[in-house]
Design a protein. Structure first.
Length: 261
């Protein structure tokens, strides 16, 4: 008889499909790919974009980002709209400002209980771009939000004087002190030539938006304005990880990330 209530109970309800409300909050993101054709001729070639956006859960998006078009850096803030479907796929339209002045469309997918999204550029034709976004789970950030020891990796290409591109990758480990300083070791591969275990150190500044800038130097180089590597990043996953992009030298179209060890 004890089984009777279980047999008579209604079946558990399956999770309902996604709605616009499931896509809400602040996300860090990056996009990577190639611009094959562009309304602005000089902007064809390797592409990278990094920044943050906020989704209001009602179909509206607000972005703050920096894009690299074949080594030309362009800060761009813009807005967009989205429509979520029950299967947790969604369509996005964003309106890119000067010097692009173009409406572009993406298809995306929401996963990990709304903490992650991925999108794919679909129109207009001529661009092959995709990328992820992760919920930031932070607000009113300071330098203290970037603290601890992190795995550090990057990959992309470096523009050469003859306009050719040389592939580049790097993997390392850094320790950030939560007060704007860091140090670590980095191995890199530039066109097949490797440098392993280089000591690096530098400084960083985290904005209240949880975007940050960081500059590092190897132990044997100078510290003048034209030395070092400058990164832009965005904290994600409550400060346990970050997406990063090289800003200087601007001839680099390189993206990567940190992950706390």
């Amino acid at each position: 008889m004890m089984l009777l209530p279980l047999l008579l109970a209604p079946p558990a309800q399956a999770r309902e499909g996604c709605t616009d409300r499931d896509f809400i909050g602040a996300f860090g993101f990056f996009g990577t790919g190639t611009v094959i054709r562009s309304p602005v001729t000089d902007l064809t070639g390797p592409f990278a974009r990094l920044g943050r956006f906020e989704s209001d859960g009602n179909g509206n998006l607000v972005f703050s980002s920096t894009a690299s078009f074949n080594g030309i850096l362009i800060p761009q803030d813009f807005t967009g709209v989205y429509k979520m479907h029950p299967d947790c796929t969604f369509n996005t339209t964003v309106f890119l400002p000067d010097p692009i002045n173009l409406r572009v469309n993406f298809e995306g997918m929401l996963s990990d209980n709304g903490d992650e999204m991925r999108d794919l550029f679909v129109s207009p034709p001529g661009l092959v771009i995709h990328g992820p976004g992760r919920k930031m789970k932070l607000s009113a950030c300071t330098n203290r939000d970037l603290a601890g020891t992190f795995q550090f990796e990057m990959a992309g290409s470096i523009l050469q004087p003859d306009r050719s591109r040389v592939p580049f990758s790097a993997l390392g480990r850094i320790t950030a002190d939560g007060a704007g300083g860091f140090s670590g070791k980095l191995g890199s591969n530039f066109g097949g030539l490797t440098a392993v275990g280089e000591k690096i150190s530098g400084t960083y500044t985290v904005a209240s938006t949880c975007l940050f800038e960081m500059k590092y130097f190897t132990a044997d180089e100078g510290r003048g304005p034209n030395d070092g590597v400058k990164l832009k990043g965005v904290l994600i996953d409550g400060g346990k990880a970050a997406f990063v992009m090289i800003l200087e030298p601007s001839i680099a179209t390189v993206l990567g990330g940190f992950k706390r060890q």
